[in-house]
Design a protein around this ligand. Structure first.
Ligand code: ADP
Length: 458
């Protein structure tokens, strides 16, 4: 029996107007929030009769089940949403918790990572820590696009496992260029290089040009390279396969090449596909270590895969790579048909910061917010830093909302307060390093985009 007077009053109100969906939903959420799990379950069920497919109600019911350790029932409740795809990321996380409760770590990890890739704010460190899958696994056969979990053997264990495995998964990106603030020139460059040849192949063929070759994105950490690559995939309606090259290098000698091949094959089976390599400098940076010969082989393998065994091998596969340290990249990578285009992803200026903040806040309860004012006090903050500011402000607001018992909207003041306690990560240091490497080494003009930035005072 619920002994909270507020909740009892709400229950009574719901009893008197049983068809009032917002009221029932509110009651169910309150019950769940206060830990009356069985009552919450009953209320969510009642609400579900009124709105059978409402994802929030399904999620609430599933959460009530999960917290009562009724994992099978949680999965049954979630099933219709999961089968349809396009469900809210928090539903994926709930499914992961239920699957984990059922002992299916592989599927749980798949659901979890798929959800977090679509919305990093649903990440749950505790859950993620319990999802370390047992080794060894290679990327064969391919995981299907988001929606259906892959066969367990297709799940690639996270990097904390040091056995042979591929780190790749196939994602469907929910982002497009509209989700990337600023960077108009960068987006335009990618459009010409990647998107137009795919969208208008006849035009390119008429000029005797083939789609292909990769683009190397470089810039300070957190400036949005990964976000941009993911958005490019979404813009094109292509699958997205993301690989940390440092992870591939950490595998046992001899198996890395196989994993690299498996990763390219995975992308080829899902064309059109954006194949994204993060930390591509890892291939070069470690060439001085013990595994030098092995790494050389890996570089060669990488280049061979990039070139493709025949003209059509990589048709429909757009290779993007990102690095914070472009000066380490092997010149062989930059030959025509490989990463022949370098694209600088700059730290955002004030306008771009305001636009990034607006994007980061768009699904939050907002009061009137002056994003320009927040942008002004966040000089040198990159996208990742701004995300930290928003997360911090939201966290504070959440506490306040819990105390108030209703959502208290985010205001300019909250964001300014969060910005005040935050420090930008590394743009100044990155520019100083870039200056050292690049200032007197731009004969070919490869660093033209970067030059104005490193000549400026930071
Ligand atoms: P990088 O790959 O360069 O280290 P990320 O792409 O991981 O940086 O960026 C970190 C986060 O910052 C992203 O997940 C995204 O939320 C945010 N972000 C960065 N740049 C932008 C942008 N231009 N527009 C919107 N969000 C951005």
């Amino acid at each position: 029996m619920v002994d909270d007077p507020g909740l009892r009053a709400l229950s009574e109100a719901a009893r008197l107007s049983p068809d009032n969906l917002p009221l029932r939903r509110h009651l169910a959420e309150q019950l769940l929030g206060k830990g009356y799990l069985a009552d919450a379950e009953a209320e969510f069920r009642a609400a579900l009769v009124l709105a059978p497919k409402d994802p929030d109600i399904v999620a609430g019911l599933a959460e009530a089940f999960v917290r009562q350790s009724s994992y099978g029932e949680a999965l049954s409740a979630l099933e219709p949403l999961l089968a349809e795809g396009g469900y809210p990321p928090k539903v994926g996380v709930l499914a992961a918790r239920a699957l984990l409760g059922e002992g299916d770590v592989h599927k749980a990890a798949y659901r979890y990572h798929e959800a977090v890739s679509r919305d990093p704010s649903v990440a749950d460190a505790d859950l993620a820590g319990r999802l370390v899958a047992p080794p060894p696994v290679v990327a064969e056969p391919a995981g299907p696009p988001a929606g259906n979990p892959p066969a367990p053997s297709a799940y690639m264990a996270p990097s904390s496992v040091t056995h042979e495995r591929s780190t790749a998964e196939v994602e469907r990106s929910g982002f497009s260029f509209a989700d990337v603030a600023g960077m108009d020139e960068v987006k335009e460059a990618l459009r010409v290089k990647l998107l137009l040849p795919m969208q208008q192949p006849e035009l390119f063929a008429a000029f005797g040009k083939r789609a292909g070759g990769g683009v190397l994105l470089y810039g300070p950490p957190g400036a949005g390279k990964t976000h941009l690559a993911r958005a490019a995939a979404g813009e094109l309606g292509a699958a997205f396969v993301s690989v940390g090259l440092a992870d591939i290098l950490d595998m046992y000698i001899g198996s890395s090449e196989r994993n690299l091949r498996a990763t390219f094959d995975l992308a080829r089976r899902h064309r059109p596909c954006v194949l994204f390599f993060d930390e591509v400098d890892a291939l070069a940076a470690r060439r001085s270590d013990m595994r030098q010969t092995h790494n050389r082989q890996l570089v060669n393998q990488f280049l061979a895969e990039l070139d493709g065994v025949d003209q059509n091998a990589n048709e429909g596969v757009l290779v993007l790579a990102a690095t914070n340290a472009p000066w380490y990249i092997d010149v062989a990578f930059r030959r025509p048909g490989r990463f022949d285009q370098l694209v600088f992803v700059p730290p955002p200026d004030a306008d771009a910061r305001a636009a990034i903040l607006r994007i980061l806040c768009r699904d939050k309860p907002l009061a009137e917010v002056d994003f320009g004012a927040v942008a002004k006090v966040t000089d040198q903050f990159v996208g990742a830093d701004l995300k930290g500011v928003v997360d911090r402000a939201v966290e504070a607001k959440l506490q306040e909302s819990i105390r108030a018992g209703r959502p208290v909207p985010l205001s300019t003041r909250d964001l300014l307060a969060a910005a005040k306690t935050a420090r930008p990560t590394s743009v100044r240091e990155w520019m100083a390093t870039a200056r050292n490497y690049v200032m007197h080494a731009n004969e070919s003009g490869a660093w033209d985009d970067l030059m104005p930035y490193i000549q400026r005072k930071w």
